[in-house]
Design a protein around this ligand. Structure first.
Ligand code: ADP
Ligand code: ZN
Ligand code: ZN
Length: 747
């Protein structure tokens, strides 16, 4: 890329990345007057695009174009006088290239909404009023009858660090009163940014002392301290409750003490008020959180504070990876195996993988933490590319609970649970404990069935069953969200013998409420927590520690500390055992371990009952008897033998169309052309397909895919680049929507 130093003459052409799916720059002529510091890559501009005006980013300043210069349209206006942060531009370019996505759309998605709309990138300011020396000393009687001015001075005397103007206004004081006191030299005001005001200079970094680490934690931290000035990737592999977070906190302390910034990425469900509170309790400096509850203005403030370096600690979910940092010091990815780090539509990036690239570019340490690391990260650790740091013990000295497999076959079930399970629940409640029943299906039952003819309620638009809900009563498709009322009779045979098939959270809740009327039953899933604060209120209730039953999906299994839970019941462990997706087993083992980790976190040892139809399944037995690490070894070996990731690299071309023939035809043509090109260049890339996607019809669209795989990333990426370029030009490509998924997490 050519860069133009500000002194050089104005370029004739600006190559601008605009928010379109097209993988190329659009050329414009500069407008008059030029930005005060000249045209430079990284400036946002408003440009005409078709009939619209859009916000784009200047990427190249040059003097030539493939188009006649006099046909180029001029930029409408520039929006920044200084370029967007260099590290952020680098990250966006890297992301666009790696995922074969349009740079314009990548930049667009990586910036806060208000920047996309053209708002200036600047901190919002507030005023803080303080007493001057004479304001501190003056005898209030000398202010005479200006009663409100006296009261205002009294207010400020109570707050030696000043009071912000909004608070002063809220107490009924007027600007005239402020100005009157300021004119007398008794008070003055400072402007400060709204978000992440500079920390008070006194009092040190920590607001509470850090814990003294056990041997394993201390070893891990020492290893991290040793690599603070270079790219130093660590896999912090520690069982749930082994004190990983404490290690993060102490690493962050070291980073901030060197006046650098720490970026912490957590899974979608993990950014809870408790997590935030834990970080905020520890540090006196501000902890900027990027969560879904922020307004667009607050998000821009947080981004600006990070860019300007005022935010020493930034914590957020997947998209926080794109936060610019003025002085990057370390990146932490908690629960690095979590699926929410991969974006599943549009720009299909993996925040953990990009975090690694970013740490490498900055030359800073990165910590990937997990109780159940991804096979990708385990392989990197095994190959010596990541330091493998283990925490095997909990500070509480209670080993994590073992999984006890219980055989579902041939036993009567109530709400999905067999009699021994129900007995165990009864005992745990009688002993004054809480019980968590985990069931990864929301709704009342996975579907509705006719017992006369075998009809099953299916979605008209997807190859999927409709889920039966009772609160409120309806049939819902969990893939397209379409809803239908409950039929009175079977649409096929007219029989009224319609019954729910299988068990979801609502049904377990109902059964448990009937079996144990003496304790409350809390259901925690996407439906029960739609209302704002519903989840927090329920969790607060649960933390009081009274005996109760919790029924929930993975929403409860992840991230929450539930110290009073002594028994965890997994209603059905079989979902991932025989799935077609090669990662299903890894993901369901991670989830099971995470659920099990909820039991016995505090003083009491826990029990985990895992119901299964396959108690002899070798993978499940290995997990139960030897734990996740042993299973992971086996899975890695299986992946190696089957030539699957992480031993091989994959990309998936996903195509969809309302007409099956259109998607298949385009996929077939793309496959043919790609194979020919690969053959000519003798590139070692396999191209499999086209094949129907695992759920072929979704929202009345047909999904087909083409799978590319290779032993080396280089050739795979060459092939992906060629394929996307071909698809952009292919005349038939309009008939189907297509997207490339590099390193797909699900097939
Ligand atoms: P993880 O992040 O691995 O789940 P945490 O850091 O949350 O583990 O630690 C689990 C519990 O143990 C927390 O209550 C934490 O305060 C406590 N803990 C962690 N490290 C120590 C330590 N060195 N000494 C005492 N308690 C600790
Ligand atoms: Zn029927
Ligand atoms: Zn549907």
């Amino acid at each position: 890329m050519s860069t133009t130093p500000p002194e050089s003459p104005a370029p004739g052409v600006l190559g601008v990345a605009v928010p379109t799916p097209l993988r190329r720059l659009f050329d414009y002529r500069p407008c008059q007057p030029a930005p005060s510091r000249g045209w430079q890559p990284g400036l946002r501009v408003r440009v005409p695009l078709g009939k619209r005006e859009v916000v784009g980013v200047v990427v190249e300043c040059r003097d030539t174009s493939d188009f006649p210069l006099d046909q180029l349209k001029p930029v409408v206006a520039w929006l920044d006088s200084e370029p967007l942060p260099e590290d952020w531009l680098w990250l966006c370019r890297f992301t666009a290239r790696y995922y074969q996505h349009s740079l314009g759309d990548t930049l667009h998605q990586a910036m806060p909404v208000l920047l996309r709309q053209g708002r200036p990138l600047e901190a919002r300011i507030r005023e803080r009023w303080q007493l001057t020396a004479s304001g501190r000393d003056i005898d209030l009687a000398r202010l005479g009858r200006a009663r409100r001015q006296v009261e205002l001075l009294e207010l400020l005397r109570q707050h030696p660090r000043g009071v912000v103007s909004s608070v002063i206004g809220a107490q009924g004081f007027t600007r005239a009163q402020l100005r009157a006191l300021a004119d007398k030299g008794l008070i003055d005001c400072h402007e400060e940014p709204l978000t992440a005001a500079p920390a008070p200079s006194h009092g040190g970094l920590l607001a509470e002392p850090s814990l003294s680490l056990n041997r394993e934690q201390a070893t891990a931290l020492a290893e991290m301290h040793e690599g603070l000035d270079r790219y130093h990737p660590c896999l912090l592999h520690g069982v749930t409750g082994s004190g990983k977070t404490e290690v993060y906190l102490q690493l962050i302390e070291a980073v901030v003490a060197r006046n650098r910034q720490a970026l912490v990425l957590v899974p979608e469900i993990g950014l809870t008020p408790q997590t935030l509170a834990r970080f905020r309790r520890r540090f006196r400096v501000s902890v900027v959180a990027l969560h879904s509850g922020l307004s667009d203005a607050e998000r821009l403030d947080a981004w600006e504070a990070a860019r300007a370096g005022r935010a020493p600690i930034v914590i957020g979910t997947r998209s926080a990876l794109f936060t610019p940092l003025a002085r990057p010091g370390a990146i932490i990815v908690d629960e690095e195996h979590d699926g929410s780090f991969k974006q599943q539509d549009s720009l299909r990036y993996h925040a953990r993988d990009l975090a690694i690239a970013r740490a490498h570019r900055h030359g800073i340490p990165i910590v990937l933490g997990s109780a159940t690391p991804s096979l990708e990260s385990l392989l990197q650790a095994r190959a010596g590319n990541y330091r493998h740091l283990r925490l095997t013990r909990r500070p509480s000295h209670h080993a994590p609970a073992r999984l006890e497999l219980t055989d579902l076959r041939g036993r009567p079930r109530q709400g999905g649970m067999i009699p021994p399970t129900i007995d165990a629940i009864r005992q745990a409640l009688a002993a004054g404990n809480q019980v968590l029943v985990f069931i990864n299906r929301r709704g009342f039952a996975p579907t509705l069935a006719c017992h006369a003819c075998g009809w099953l309620a299916e979605c008209d638009h997807c190859d999927a069953r409709l889920t039966l809900h009772r609160q409120p009563p309806q049939l819902t498709c969990h893939h397209c969200e379409r809803q239908r009322g409950l039929p009175d009779a079977c649409p096929e045979c007219g029989s009224a013998d319609l019954r729910p098939l299988g068990t979801g959270t609502e049904r377990s809740e109902e059964t448990l409420a009937a079996l144990f009327p003496e304790v409350p039953v809390h259901r925690i899933d996407r439906d029960s927590t739609r209302r704002k604060d519903a989840l927090e209120n329920t969790l607060a209730e649960i933390r009081r520690g009274e005996p109760c039953l919790l029924v929930g999906t993975q929403m409860i299994a992840k991230g929450h500390h539930l110290p009073h839970v002594a028994l965890v019941v997994v209603v059905n462990a079989d979902a991932g055992l025989y799935a077609s997706d090669f990662r299903a087993l890894e993901h369901s083992a991670q989830l099971l371990v995470q659920v099990a980790g909820r039991a016995g976190r505090a003083e009491r040892p826990g029990r985990v009952l895992v119901q299964t139809l396959h108690p002899d399944d070798p993978h499940l037995r290995l997990l139960a008897e030897s734990g996740y690490d042993a299973l992971a070894e086996t899975l890695l070996e299986e992946r190696r033998l089957a030539a699957l990731p992480p031993y091989r690299f994959m990309a998936l071309l996903r195509l969809e169309s309302p007409r099956e023939a259109d998607a298949t035809a385009l996929a077939g043509e793309a496959a043919g052309q790609l194979r020919q090109w690969l053959g000519e260049r003798a590139l070692a890339v396999d191209c499999l397909g086209p094949v129907p996607a695992p759920m072929e019809r979704r929202q009345n669209r047909y999904h087909v895919q083409l799978m590319l795989s290779a032993a080396k990333r280089g050739p795979l990426h060459e092939a992906c680049a060629w394929l996307t370029a071909w698809l952009e030009r292919a005349p038939g490509a309009r008939r189907a929507r297509w997207a490339l998924d590099v390193d797909p997490q699900t097939l």
